[in-house]
Design a binder for this molecule. Structure first.
Ligand code: ADP
Ligand code: GN1
Ligand code: MG
Length: 369
């Protein structure tokens, strides 16, 4: 996505019904997709903080549908939180309307923006610091699935069709290798081969679904650790964020994407591959949390398929990073040369480690079934 100039972000900042006057607006967080800013406003010596986001229009083709999803889901969650005597300003995202009462603002260059209340005294982690945090996040994502089970799925727009359709991702990857627009394929033959060798496994979830053995659910679809806020004071999972990809999907992929990111002993873009491995203790605490949080709603098949969900999300993500590298880095934000290749390599190394630890992964899932 193109860089955002000061005038453009201030135009957006001034469009929302915030308290006070915008004072600063600086890049924030480490998301790979949207342009996120921390907006500070001031009124009578008091500061008010907001998250201002320019949505990625290359990735999300139907911003209106996406924002209807966000509005629908956050209002639905807000009602449930109030009914449970929780704090609705901190336990869910809250959209701040524009001055003319809309959910988002379209700027003079045609980019769309939204604003959220800033959730303070809470942290999004890129690496698990305390296993307890990861347990909490498993519980929260498991519970999130339950809460959304009662959400009218028919109202949801599919914001990215085929988002976790690994076989379709494989076709896109194969085309990227063939076209090789950035002339990089020759440097990554080993990685290409690794992915090709696992093609047969990619369709399993969809074939089980066709046979009626794996249910489609309303799912988050992007459950990595830095999409959940942990309360600094209580250490509990506070709020699930990044709702852009809520749409029908598989529970095993929500579980799997969390494992991919959080049970890795290294960061997603670590360059020293000797640091990458699947932490079985972290795998265990997350599994325990997720199964507790989903409170009996998962079917026997879904539970049996959890290790597969973890492996598939890791393989698919590695393949997506490599596809983007081959296409010249047009999808994920990068901050250095070869960033997507580094990310691809950690994912493939993690897949290889999961294959070695497969029996342990299955035994852990059985233990908490
Ligand atoms: P992306 O889709 O680019 O990942 P996110 O919606 O996940 O964008 O936001 C990026 C980062 O901004 C998050 O990882 C988090 O650190 C921060 N963030 C997003 N929303 C809020 C919020 N309401 N309060 C505090 N921080 C937030
Ligand atoms: C992106 O938006 P963010 O940074 O939370 C991506 C996910 C990937 C992830 C890899 C809409 O997530 O699918 O798994 O990067 N989101 C989208 O870190 O493509
Ligand atoms: Mg995010």
């Amino acid at each position: 996505m193109m860089n955002t100039c000061v005038e453009q972000k201030m135009e957006a900042a001034n469009a929302f019904a915030v308290k006070g006057t915008p004072k600063s607006c600086e890049p924030y967080g480490s998301g790979h997709i949207n342009n996120t800013f921390l907006l500070i406003c001031e009124e009578e010596g008091q500061e008010y903080a907001y998250i201002l986001q320019q949505m990625n229009r290359d990735v999300f083709k139907d911003i209106h549908g996406l924002m209807q999803n966000v509005k629908g889901v956050t209002s639905f969650l807000r009602r449930q939180i109030i009914a449970n005597h929780g704090d609705p300003d901190r336990e869910t995202l809250n959209l701040v309307p524009t001055k003319d009462g809309q959910d988002y603002y379209r700027d003079s260059l045609g980019y769309s923006w939204r604003a959220y209340l800033f959730i303070a005294q809470a942290t999004c982690y890129n690496l698990v610091e305390k296993p307890e945090d990861f347990y909490q996040s498993g519980k929260a994502f498991g519970r999130f699935q339950c809460l959304l089970a009662d959400f009218p799925a028919g109202q949801l727009t599919e914001t990215i069709p085929n988002f976790h359709n690994t076989p379709v991702r494989f076709v896109t990857f194969t085309e990227a290798v063939k076209k090789d627009v950035a002339h990089r394929a020759c440097q990554v033959q080993k990685e290409i081969q690794f992915i090709r060798e696992r093609e047969q496994e990619m369709g399993l979830a969809y074939s089980l679904q066709r046979e009626g053995r794996l249910p489609l659910r309303v799912s988050h679809n992007d459950t990595k650790l830095n999409n959940i806020m942990i309360d600094d004071a209580t250490g509990q999972a506070l709020c699930i964020i990044d709702l852009d990809t809520i749409m029908p999907g598989f529970s095993i992929f929500d579980y799997g994407d969390s494992i991919r990111f959080g049970a890795n002993t290294a960061q997603e873009d670590e360059q020293d591959l000797s640091k990458v491995s699947l932490s079985l203790p972290l795998f265990e605490v997350y599994t325990k949390g997720f199964l507790e949080g989903s409170a009996g709603r998962l079917t026997e098949t879904e539970i049996s398929m959890l290790p597969y969900g973890a492996k598939m999300m890791t393989l698919e993500c590695g393949m997506r990073f490599l596809t983007d590298y081959l296409q010249g880095d047009t999808y994920f934000h990068i901050s250095r040369e070869g960033h997507n290749l580094d990310r691809c390599r950690t994912q493939l190394a993690l897949v290889a480690d999961m294959e070695k630890k497969w029996a342990d992964m299955e035994a852990i899932v059985e233990k908490y079934r």
